[in-house]
Write a protein that binds this ligand. Structure first.
Ligand code: UT7
Length: 330
């Protein structure tokens, strides 16, 4: 058995579509206002992928950047673990399409379905693959084209979501202090109907009726999800810190899932961390589900807020319900 930390995040890379959809544009489509959206969510704009731009293609761009930054070639990848709530097709996995695009011929590729904390779940799976000796180098991806499963006639959800992708090379720890110090994942499937896509799967296959009832789009009970998110993010922070044996004061940057500025603020308050130690970019991208943590982390690295040796806390919550966290020495 390899000693802990088993694995390290060697890099991060992202890709976002160029098309920006602002709150002002949404006010022309829905009964809403820029003031309402900013006040309730902190979101000002989000990115929307072009019809021909697939989740696999966004993932490819993010992955190639992450591989270049880690000095890794496609042939080095033993596994590709891709988290998404908006796969390109229901069969096969988007990870397999990504494998083909990358030419990662030596990898096993599969998707992880864990909604917004998908990146943290995929990171946990990657760590496990490395700890068991199954893999040395794993590509972890969180990628979404949520605009295709968002109902742009429903103002309570249409304002929230955006598209994007993030990737990280996770590899066997080089023993230089870097590494994943802890991970924590948990779910409560009883609460699934509070945030779900009712139709289009095998329980209610796609049909004219499903489409007429708009049941192929996401439905959300926002208030209930909000309250559960605040509770679960707090638990996830506590658990990752406890398992890593570090205190909140030792954390250099909290990198939370970017769903709503008020959930982020409540999470920081619970952890006793000032907002100056919290990464926020929900204003630029909205909620990109599994892509949100790598998108925030990449920006933090680019801005010099995460440097080699920085101790970071990742935390997320989403549909399922699912939640998770990790403490990482960058
Ligand atoms: O990624 C993890 C999963 N997602 C989340 O974490 C999201 C969690 N939930 C939220 O972020 C918030 O609940 C929302 C932003 C979705 C909604 O904010 P809220 O403060 O919880 O509003 P609400 O749902 O309680 O609705 C308050 C009012 C309602 O009107 P009435 O019934 O008071 O007359 C809504 O119809 O605001 C209305 N409303 C809107 N008004 C203007 C809902 N959406 C909009 C809108 N523009 N876009």
């Amino acid at each position: 058995m390899i000693p802990r930390p088993f694995a390290e995040m060697a890099s991060v890379g992202v890709a976002v579509p160029p098309r920006v959809l602002t709150n002002h544009e949404l006010t022309g489509m829905l009964d809403t206002s820029d003031e309402w959206i900013v006040e309730r969510t902190g979101i000002r704009e989000r990115r929307i992928a072009a019809p021909e731009q697939s989740v696999a293609m966004l993932s490819q761009e993010a992955s190639e950047l992450a591989m270049e930054r880690a000095g890794v070639s496609p042939a080095d990848l033993d596994a590709i673990v891709l988290a998404t709530a908006s796969p390109d097709r229901l069969l096969p996995s988007t990870a397999c399409d990504l494998q083909a695009l990358l030419g990662a011929d030596n990898a096993a590729a599969f998707d992880v379905g864990a909604a917004c904390p998908g990146f943290v779940y995929a990171l946990t799976v990657a760590e496990g693959l490395i700890a068991s000796g199954q893999s040395r180098t794993v590509l972890v991806v969180g990628a979404e084209k949520l605009s295709t499963i968002t109902d742009f006639q429903d103002r309570s959800t249409a304002i929230l979501f955006g598209d994007g992708a993030g990737a990280s090379i996770v590899r066997r720890s080089s023993g230089n202090g870097r590494g994943i110090l802890s991970t924590f994942i948990k779910s409560d499937g009883r609460l699934a109907p509070l945030l779900y896509r009712p139709g289009g799967g095998s329980s209610d296959p796609i049909s004219e009726r499903v489409v007429c009832e708009r049941n192929h789009f996401m439905k959300m009970a926002g208030r209930e999800v909000f309250k559960a998110a605040v509770r679960a993010m707090a638990e996830a922070c506590d658990e990752a810190l406890r398992r890593a044996g570090v205190s909140a004061e030792e954390i250099d940057l909290l990198v939370p899932h970017q769903a709503n500025l008020h959930i982020i603020e409540a999470t920081a308050k619970h952890a006793g961390m000032p907002m100056s130690k919290v990464m926020v970019n929900v204003d630029r991208y909205g909620n990109t589900s599994s892509a949100s943590i790598p998108l925030a982390l990449d920006q933090a690295v680019a801005e010099g807020r995460v440097k080699p040796g920085s101790l970071i806390l990742l935390v997320a919550f989403g549909a399922g319900f699912t939640w998770g966290s990790a403490v990482v020495r960058w």
